[in-house]
Ligand binder design. Structure first.
Ligand SMILES: Nc1ncnc2c1ncn2[C@@H]1O[C@H](COP(=O)(O)OP(=O)(O)O)[C@@H](O)[C@H]1O
Ligand SMILES: [Mg+2]
Length: 284
């Protein structure tokens, strides 16, 4: 295979559109096994200070043009700040624009207007675990992005091991990819990003297709990455309310707009209140 033909993770993933069906009623709350709590909910800060932010969006708008020539707004004046070293979650009903916003932050889409700052290197991980991994073995997949960086094979191996260790997959180095569970594939994809010294992880509904044990494995892997390196920041799109327990901060979107951002428990209560008023309306 020539270099030109080499599949890049981004290109592979760009071809994919793995949207899930979700509405407000599908924002799920169940209980997960306990992990260490979020770094500290009291460490939540949204001070708008650009120096402390790893991710910043200011008044981002995004619209598409239909074949008939009409302009359809998808995102309207979206602003958010994610402080460096923290895990933030982005929630909202199906179709409210979460993936579009995440793709803009990843640089896969260009906003119609507004300002975006994301620390580099950054990496976007897609929802479907089968779309994450491109090589036959775990080691080859994690080493994939290091191919052209001029490292010796010893250096590559050491970076791969360190990254796999961060996601709890170092015992799987020689395993064929097709023998892994969905969550393990997601963790390998995250390790690939870490091996490339990624500073910002943009994670789009990674736990949608996973069972509970895989789900907890992926959250643990992300939290562990952040604990091992204060330089890594993550923005995690989810529809599972119980995952908010592990977040340092959260953002709630509706209809292309950021409605609320801040402390995860406040956001959880806000969504629960919306859900219960929605159920009351249906019942009455
Ligand atoms: N390329 C596109 N063409 C037409 N509509 C799109 C396109 N991308 C996204 N949309 C629409 O934009 C809205 C937001 O989509 P998306 O960002 O995927 O939402 P979410 O991730 O919150 O489910 C949806 O109504 C979706 O149908
Ligand atoms: Mg989406």
């Amino acid at each position: 295979m020539t270099n030109k033909d080499e599949p890049s993770r981004h290109l592979q993933r760009r071809r994919l559109r793995g949207e899930n069906a979700m509405n407000l009623g599908n924002l799920i709350h169940s209980s997960l096994p306990r992990l260490a709590p979020a770094r500290s909910n009291s460490s939540f800060r949204d001070n708008g200070c650009e120096n402390a932010a790893a991710i910043e969006a200011r008044n981002v708008n995004f619209s598409i043009s239909t074949r008939q020539g009409a302009t359809v707004p998808i995102l309207t004046d979206c602003s958010l700040t994610v402080p460096s070293g923290q895990l933030w979650m982005l929630l909202g009903p199906n179709g409210c624009g979460k993936s579009t916003l995440l793709r803009i932050l990843a640089g896969l889409l260009t906003p119609t207007n507004g300002k975006v700052y994301v620390k580099r290197p950054k990496n976007y991980v897609f929802q479907n675990p089968d779309h994450q991994v491109v090589m036959p073995t775990v080691e080859a997949d994690v080493a994939f992005g290091l191919g052209k960086s001029g490292f010796t094979s010893m250096e590559v191996r050491s970076k791969v091991l360190k990254a796999l260790d961060a996601v709890g997959m170092s015992d799987y180095m020689q395993r064929p990819i097709q023998t892994l569970s969905g969550g393990q594939k997601q963790r390998v994809a995250i390790a690939g990003a870490l091996a490339e010294a990624c500073k910002v992880l943009l994670l789009d509904e990674l736990t949608t297709f996973l069972d509970e044990s895989d789900q907890i494995g992926v959250i643990r892997a992300v939290k562990n990455c952040l604990e091992k390196s204060e330089e890594v920041t993550a923005l995690w799109v989810t529809h599972r309310l119980e995952e908010l327990e592990y977040a340092d901060g959260a953002i709630y979107m509706e209809d292309g707009k950021v409605i609320k951002r801040g402390d995860p428990m406040r956001i959880m209560n806000f969504i629960r209140a919306k859900q219960s008023s929605y159920s009351n309306q249906i019942n009455s």
